[in-house]
Write a protein that binds this ligand. Structure first.
Ligand code: ZN
Length: 251
């Protein structure tokens, strides 16, 4: 037997007990614990108990690992990355669980706080809280006769009711002696290359008082704002002879 083969055999015999010992392991990602064996290949190396200060990062330590000794894969997530001894894995898993539980709790608290705040739709149209606002929309979608003057005069609020009752598109709603027609101003346009549609539709309403015959438009100011914005900044330059497709001029 040649020298290095002997050395190899010596090493194998030394390592044997490490690989053959059954160990209680766990995954800090899944919280699973299981019994398994260290392996001689893998990516998550097993620490050998030695530590030293990190060469460049102050306050950090380097954990040294055995050569050729790795944790096996987690039986649940199949990753070897988060496998530790069972006790450590369980501790880390529970700490992470607690962290996300607290985070979820804070998120719920924030939402509850926000929902409890009054909803201001308009100067004259306010609701005690989000729930009252939502319930009012549901109620009016079913009983449009209950619409108040201020509710009819808010295009934003009317649109919510139309969406609840009809979904998308233009529809007509009768409320007492009022006929309310929803229109959509097409504020979409082609992109400069003409490939994609951009922009959005702005809803506005035509309210007819069937007693007096008077017609009033609600929300046309938002349409006007839309148009003004377009005039100011411009959108479609498809017919612009100076347009250069955003490319540098050729010599
Ligand atoms: Zn796992």
């Amino acid at each position: 037997m040649r020298g290095f083969e002997k050395l190899q055999e010596l090493k194998d015999n030394m390592m044997k007990p490490i690989y053959e010992k059954r160990r209680h392991l766990g995954c800090e990602l899944c919280g699973t614990t299981f019994y398994g064996y260290y392996k001689n290949t893998g990516t998550n190396a097993v620490p050998n108990g030695e530590e030293s200060p990190h060469p460049t990062r102050e306050g950090w330590i380097r954990v040294h690992t055995y050569d050729d000794v790795f944790y096996p894969d987690c039986p649940d997530c199949w990753f070897p990355t988060f496998v530790r001894d069972a006790k450590t894995a369980k501790l880390i898993f529970e700490r992470e669980q607690e962290k996300s539980r607290k985070k979820e709790e804070r998120r719920k608290e924030r939402k509850a706080k926000k929902d409890a705040q009054p909803v201001y739709v308009d100067y004259k149209l306010r609701f005690e809280n989000r729930q009252a606002y939502n319930e009012r929309i549901i109620h009016l979608a079913g009983s449009p006769d209950d619409l108040t003057k201020y509710e009819i005069m808010s295009s934003y609020f009317l649109d919510k009711i139309f969406w609840k009752k009809f979904g998308k598109g233009c529809h007509t709603l009768e409320s007492r002696h009022f006929t309310i027609k929803k229109h959509l101003y097409d504020g979409t346009y082609r992109s400069n290359s003409g490939k994609t549609r951009m922009g959005s539709f702005t809803p506005y309403f035509e309210v007819t008082n069937n007693k007096t015959g008077k017609v009033r438009e609600v929300g046309t100011d938002s349409v006007l704002r839309h148009i003004e914005r377009r005039e100011q900044f411009g959108t479609n330059r498809r017919n612009d002879p100076k347009r250069n497709w955003g490319l540098p001029k050729n010599g």
